[in-house]
Design a protein around this ligand. Structure first.
Ligand code: HEC
Ligand code: HEC
Ligand code: HEC
Ligand code: HEC
Ligand code: HEC
Ligand code: HEC
Length: 445
């Protein structure tokens, strides 16, 4: 009895240290990684921290805006660059807009704190000393991941404390055992010792186990929610094709290139032959720096010699990378949504104002909501390509049952179901959901 009291303090010391370390562990890396993750997700397609690329290098950007006397405008810039440049209130924004003919995409979904986190991150990136045998890409930008170092330091400290506490306990138990004349088996196996330690420190072990389960679970949940969130995703492409030029300035219809959108599951990416309809003759362009070289890539893919105007037969297909990508277990059909007989939804509702984009990319919910009200576009709140997005629209969007044969037939079929008639009479509108658009099997194989 008496010795139990004596040992109590080591237990407490262990617990207190454990919690201090735990709190530090949980809070530190979370802060450190935020900016990096946000940068990767939203800016890295165009920006590097230490080098100019599509956009200017971001390191020192904050200081540059402050120097120009526009410290606060950097947030407005990131959220709406074109708006700020056109506002007449920011000479620096006008100046920086000259950098490239590709406008920076508005990042209106970010808060000032998130922008700060990104810029703090890019300011913290340090150049790596060149090492022989390492590729340029590898030594491009490496961040000192200080959070990781801290975690290791803390784990070591925790270990030392636990073992110190154990050492003290062991000494004490020898003393006690000696006093009481109990024999101690010094040769117990590590396994039995560990088992006993766990039993003796069951409170600590339970807490450790729970914490591991909760943080592990939280991480899984977080990943679960992020599954399929592709907002703003723009992969790199073999040719710097521009929607802004072709669909915007030249006004080529989307379906000229994405011709299967109305008829089949996939909208499709045009083959090089579609490009060659025009580019057999359009060999040069001064639209932007390097345009002619980009067109030459089309000719190379088609096996076309632009000087002799002959096909060589040596083709090399262009491999476009997909920006939109639903998981394999989801069924989605463009025809069902786009065809005038069925959904009759404008491309913009799901892809944004593509004629202002360069390469194709996944739009953000905010960008699309700015278009709401035009061409039947409704505002939605969920990130694109998530299940919540599909369900939200199916719950909001009404369909006109008198519009086509397809719906008339559907109406006749459902008309005999009392629950369906009741739902319609409630609000006078028929949503996709009421037609079965929330049934798992409609979207899942
Ligand atoms: C689609 C490409 C693109 C993306 C994505 C993008 N930017 Fe830009 N950014 C540019 C371009 C291009 C410029 C130069 C201005 C111009 O030519 O319009 C620029 C300029 C800037 C500037 C001004 C730089 C300076 O030297 O003052 C800042 C700051 C900036 N971007 C921050 C961001 C942040 C933060 C993100 C991510 C949240 C981001 N950008 C995402 C293309 C992009
Ligand atoms: C001259 C041909 C052409 C026209 C016209 C055109 N596109 Fe594209 N589109 C492409 C090519 C090539 C790609 C693949 C490269 C890329 O991602 O930009 C593409 C990619 C896309 C993507 C991204 C697909 C993905 O997930 O990778 C979307 C979305 C898109 N186009 C929508 C549209 C819309 C909407 C219009 C009409 C406003 C349109 N396109 C007009 C050629 C065209
Ligand atoms: C109801 C929303 C919706 C509408 C409307 C819509 N799309 Fe899509 N689009 C998607 C989804 C979702 C994907 C991803 C499909 C996948 O990964 O299987 C996609 C993918 C694409 C792609 C990539 C290639 C492919 O077929 O997967 C292109 C190109 C495209 N859409 C063009 C268009 C064009 C052009 C229109 C208008 C004629 C249009 N989309 C209308 C939701 C829509
Ligand atoms: C309907 C005709 C037409 C089609 C189809 C077409 N283009 Fe073009 N494209 C043009 C014209 C015209 C120009 C030159 C514009 C200028 O310089 O003012 C051009 C310019 C370009 C440029 C150089 C400008 C830039 O953005 O840097 C590229 C690259 C290009 N096209 C790629 C493609 C690809 C890839 C396809 C097929 C997916 C394609 N084009 C299909 C008409 C077309
Ligand atoms: C902007 C609104 C909108 C979005 C976003 C949307 N849908 Fe739809 N969807 C519709 C409309 C409208 C119809 C009705 C067309 C019809 O009756 O055939 C429909 C019908 C369907 C159907 C046929 C339902 C039935 O009862 O036969 C399926 C399957 C479907 N959508 C899948 C999806 C998936 C998967 C997504 C997300 C990747 C999605 N939809 C996103 C508007 C949308
Ligand atoms: C309107 C279309 C639609 C309907 C109806 C629908 N889903 Fe989904 N579901 C999706 C899409 C799109 C995804 C992929 C989104 C993503 O990866 O985040 C998805 C993803 C999922 C996932 C996640 C799988 C993963 O990869 O993490 C599960 C589980 C799921 N659905 C179950 C269901 C169940 C159960 C129902 C019926 C109650 C249902 N879904 C109805 C469109 C739909």
């Amino acid at each position: 009895m008496e010795n139990k009291m004596k040992f109590h303090w080591t237990n407490r010391l262990g617990l207190v240290t454990f919690f201090t370390v735990l709190i530090l562990l949980v809070s530190m890396p979370a802060k450190g990684q935020d900016g990096k993750a946000l940068f990767k997700a939203n800016c890295a397609s165009c920006h590097k921290a230490l080098k100019n690329s599509t956009g200017p290098m971001l390191q020192g950007a904050k200081a540059r805006w402050a120097e120009a006397g526009e410290a606060d405008n950097i947030y407005k810039w990131v959220k709406d660059p074109v708006g700020l440049a056109n506002s007449g209130t920011s000479p620096y924004a006008v100046q920086i807009s000259e950098y490239s003919p590709t406008a920076m995409t508005a990042q209106g979904h970010l808060t000032n704190e998130e922008i700060d986190a990104i810029l703090d991150y890019t300011d913290s990136v340090t150049p790596v000393v060149k090492k022989a045998g390492v590729s340029a890409a590898e030594q491009d930008e490496v961040v000192e991941d200080t959070s990781l170092i801290w975690i290791i330091v803390l784990i070591v400290v925790l270990g030392v404390v636990v073992f110190a506490a154990r050492g003290v306990r062991k000494q004490l138990s020898y003393v006690v055992a000696e006093k009481e004349g109990v024999e101690i088996d010094v040769n117990k196996s590590v396994k039995t010792k560990l088992g006993e330690w766990i039993l003796r420190n069951w409170k600590l072990t339970t807490i450790m186990f729970l914490v591991a389960a909760v943080t592990g679970g939280a991480d899984l949940m977080k990943r679960g929610f992020e599954v399929g969130v592709y907002a703003d995703y723009k992969p790199s492409q073999p040719i710097n094709y521009s929607h802004k030029l072709h669909a915007g300035e030249m006004g080529i219809d989307c379906k000229y290139c994405h011709s299967s959108a109305e008829k089949s599951k996939h909208a499709g990416i045009p083959s090089v032959n579609v490009c060659m309809n025009c580019h057999e003759n359009i060999v040069e362009s001064d639209y932007r720096a390097g345009s002619t070289a980009e067109i030459a890539k089309i000719h190379e893919a088609a096996g076309y010699d632009s000087e002799t105007k002959k096909y060589t037969g040596q083709t090399a297909p262009i491999v476009w990378n997909k920006a939109h990508n639903l998981p394999d277990h989801v069924f989605f059909s463009h025809a069902q949504h786009v065809s005038t007989n069925t959904g009759n939804i404008d491309c913009k509702q799901c892809h944004g104002n593509v004629p202002t984009y360069g390469l194709g990319r996944v739009s953000t919910t905010e960008e699309i909501n700015q278009l709401a009200g035009t061409d039947g576009i409704i505002p939605l709140t969920k990130p694109l390509l998530t299940m919540g997005w599909c369900l939200e629209c199916h719950n909001e969007k009404s369909v006109d049952l008198t519009k086509s044969e397809y719906y008339k037939e559907l109406h006749n079929r459902l008309g005999s179901r009392p629950d369906f008639l009741r739902k319609i009479s409630e609000d006078d509108k028929v949503t996709v959901r009421e037609l079965g658009g929330w049934e798992c099997a409609k979207c899942h194989y």
